[in-house]
Structures are given as structure tokens and as C-alpha cells.
Design a protein around this ligand. Sequence first.
Ligand code: FAD
Length: 142
Amino acid sequence: MGQGTMHTDVFVAGAGPAGLAAAIATRQKGLRVVVADSALPPIDKACGEGLMPDGFAALSKLGVKVGCNQAVRFRGIRFVKGEDSVAAAFPNGCGLGIRRTTLHEVLVERAAEAGVSLLWGTTLLGISPLRMSRRSFVAWER
Ligand SMILES: Cc1cc2nc3c(=O)[nH]c(=O)nc-3n(C[C@H](O)[C@H](O)[C@H](O)COP(=O)(O)OP(=O)(O)OC[C@H]3O[C@@H](n4cnc5c(N)ncnc54)[C@H](O)[C@@H]3O)c2cc1C
């Protein structure tokens, strides 16, 4: 097990979509940020692989670029059960159908470009404040 004091403003546990998006947004504010994940990229997970218009717009604000050959856009949703179905178009914008690993790859690429420090294969075991320095003490194993 390795352990130590992380010299960073923000430490993010987990490099899934939420952790990476939070880390990129933190860098956009000029803070130092470290993200650790026990898995290795690209991280896959059971997923419908559809981003709603708000999620797609949020990615753009973070500067995440998705190529035309990496995803497909969709303008609404249809729920189907047997012979029955109900459909509606989004009032604004479009959604994005994107393979989970591809989404992870573009987020990791943007995070690295933004200056996020990424620790892969790193399982966090705990975090506790250091009273004297006000820094956090993070324990991990690789
Ligand atoms: C079947 C299914 C279908 C879905 N379909 C969709 C969809 O179509 N569209 C959509 O937007 N959402 C969908 N979701 C929801 C979406 O998958 C989650 O909302 C999303 O994964 C949450 O992202 P996250 O970054 O919070 O968590 P996660 O993606 O779960 O990431 C958490 C990360 O933390 C890491 N971690 C955990 N503990 C530690 C530790 N101690 N040390 C180090 N690392 C650690 C894990 O390895 C993991 O990589 C679906 C979910 C399921 C289950």
C-alpha cells in the first residue's frame, strides 16, 4: 500500500463521467486537481449510452470535443412496449448516442489537456484531515 499527502486544491475520488467533469470544471476555475480511480481507462460500464441535450451542452461548456465519427445525434426519445409506443422530440437541442468507452476517452483526453492530474489503478482507502496543515491525508493502494 502506498500513501501520502496530496498537494492539490481539490481531490476527486472516481474518474467516471461525474468525477472527470468535476475535475475539468475545477481546472477551468484555475484550481489544481487530482483524480484517482481504481480502474484503468477507458472505463466501461452497463449504460444506455444516451446523453440528453443538457448533458451534451454541458460537455461543450467543458470543452469536450466529440467527433462526427464518435457519436450520433438524436432529436427525441421513443419508448416501445410490444405494439405500443410513445415518442417526443426534445424542445431544445439534441441528444448524443455515444459508446461509454468513447465518452470516457474524450473526457480523459480533455482532462489531461486541461491539466488534471490522473491517477489510474489507484484504490482510495480513506481520507482524513491533517489538523496542523489543514491539508488532507489520502491513503491509497496500487
Ligand atoms: C443499466 C444502466 C444504464 C444507464 N444508462 C444511462 C444512459 O443512457 N445515459 C446516462 O446519462 N446515464 C445512464 N446511466 C447512469 C450512468 O451510468 C451513471 O449516472 C454514471 O455512471 C454516474 O457517473 P459517476 O461518474 O457518478 O459514477 P461511475 O461511472 O460509477 O464512476 C465512479 C468511479 O469511481 C471509481 N471508484 C469507486 N470507488 C473507488 C475507490 N475507493 N477508489 C478509487 N476509485 C473508486 C470506480 O472505479 C468508477 O470508475 C445508466 C446506468 C445503468 C446502471
